[in-house]
Design a protein around this ligand. Structure first.
Ligand code: SF4
Length: 255
């Protein structure tokens, strides 16, 4: 049961967003007091949200984590998306000192050797840059969908991220693959060419493979690990505990 003010505010916001379309959901969040940041991985869901932010001119910052290990196709799509919509996508990179320290301890590709080493790499290349991308934000918009994996089956439209001290908004939570594909075609939204080559979920190049027919969408991510709930830590609450929190204005909580 919700008891923290942030949880109460998130629950109310989730109910408010439920009956709206995507642009309506984004408009509501953008109208709230406090900065809204959308972090895009350039996946198909994220392209749908970026297009909606740009065409609706919603006051939402668009950022991406340039890990240094992305596919060339993904990097090219950042530029193409900026050109298509006339927007700026803020790029957040890992610190070179952190990469050097990681390589000295685990080896540059040490993430294949253990879950600990993999989490350490995601920490350096994703979580620390994410903390910078979300600095000062009250609302963090993501492309999470319930259909992406069993782990995400209960994704609400808005949820409290107590570790980061903000509300996470998932405006595509109830979208199916079919609805998304039809929307992308109708709106002519640029997407990563890798999707057509069997990559429904695309992360860093060394940690993503194509999936076989019938496999779950995220089966190609960190495929060598056995944990069914494997994630990079971006959307796992405990992973944020070491990250500086951002204050949420009281007026945002009350809305
Ligand atoms: S997905 Fe792989 S390469 Fe990318 S940050 Fe995580 S472990 Fe490192």
């Amino acid at each position: 049961m919700a008891s923290h003010p942030l949880e109460i505010a998130a629950k109310a916001l989730s109910l408010e967003l439920e009956g709206l379309d995507l642009s309506g959901r984004l408009a509501v969040v953008a109208s709230l007091e406090g900065k809204s940041v959308f972090t895009t991985s350039l996946g198909i869901e994220d392209q749908v949200i970026t297009a909606a932010i740009a065409t609706g001119r919603h006051d939402i910052e668009v950022s991406t984590l340039e890990t240094g290990r992305l596919f060339n196709e993904t990097v090219a799509l950042i530029d193409k998306t900026e050109e298509t919509y006339g927007i700026l996508i803020r790029r957040f990179h890992p610190e070179q000192d952190d990469i050097d320290a990681y390589a000295a301890k685990y080896g540059l590709n040490g993430f294949y050797d253990s879950v600990e080493a993999r989490h350490a790499c995601c920490g350096v290349r994703k979580l620390k840059p994410l903390a910078r991308a979300l600095e000062g934000a009250s609302f963090w918009i993501t492309g999470l969908r319930r259909g992406q994996s069993g782990n995400r089956a209960e994704t609400p439209f808005a949820e409290a991220d107590l570790e980061r001290g903000m509300i996470k908004v998932n405006p595509l939570a109830d979208w199916s693959n079919e609805v998304m594909a039809a929307h992308v075609a109708a709106e002519n939204i640029p997407v990563n060419p890798l999707h057509k080559r069997g990559y429904p979920s695309i992360g860093c190049e060394p940690c993503t493979r194509a999936i076989k027919p019938g496999e779950p969408e995220r089966a190609g991510r960190w495929w060598w690990e056995n944990d069914e709930k494997r994630e990079c830590g971006l959307h796992v609450a405990e992973a944020a505990s070491a990250i500086p929190q951002s204050p949420l204005p009281a007026s945002s909580i009350a809305r």
